[in-house]
Design a protein around this ligand. Structure first.
Ligand SMILES: [Fe+2]
Ligand SMILES: [Fe+2]
Length: 141
């Protein structure tokens, strides 16, 4: 993730940096990147209307579903970061809840939405590169 000025640059997929070797996992990650990018785009160009709330809800559902699938895959393949992966997902989910309750209290505004997207963008790129990437080694066993 690159930050330019006060805005967040779109997430760009790279096989070298992010591919785990599992198509279903990589497709999920690409999809999450795409959703974050759409939201970033929406934040810049559109009104913060219901569409934004729907996209956020969609991102949340897809991300949580992905977590459960990936946790099972890591368990089944005896991936060395299985426990760490679960813990990091849980921390992320807690953070997600905090953001959701602040959205409920304060409503959406450009400030809290860009903070939220900034957090997701840096968390997901960091997490894939440090943790999910260990799935690569389960493929060559
Ligand atoms: Fe993960
Ligand atoms: Fe993942």
């Amino acid at each position: 993730m690159q930050v330019k000025g006060d805005g967040i640059m779109a997430l760009e997929w790279s096989n070298e940096l992010y591919s785990t070797g599992y198509d279903e996992i990589d497709n999920d990650h690409r999809k999450i990147f795409g959703m974050v990018n759409e939201l970033l785009d929406g934040l810049r160009n559109k009104d913060l209307d219901k569409a934004m709330a729907d996209s956020l809800a969609f991102l949340e559902i897809h991300t949580i579903e992905h977590f459960r699938y990936e946790e099972k895959l890591m368990k089944d393949t005896r991936c060395i970061v299985c426990g760490q992966n679960k813990r990091e997902h849980l921390q992320f989910e807690k953070k997600l809840w905090n953001f959701k309750s602040s959205f409920q209290d304060d409503g959406y505004n450009r400030g809290n939405l860009s903070e939220f997207l900034n957090f997701i963008a840096s968390w997901i790129t960091d997490h894939i590169q440090k943790t999910d990437i260990h799935l690569r080694s389960t493929k060559v066993q």
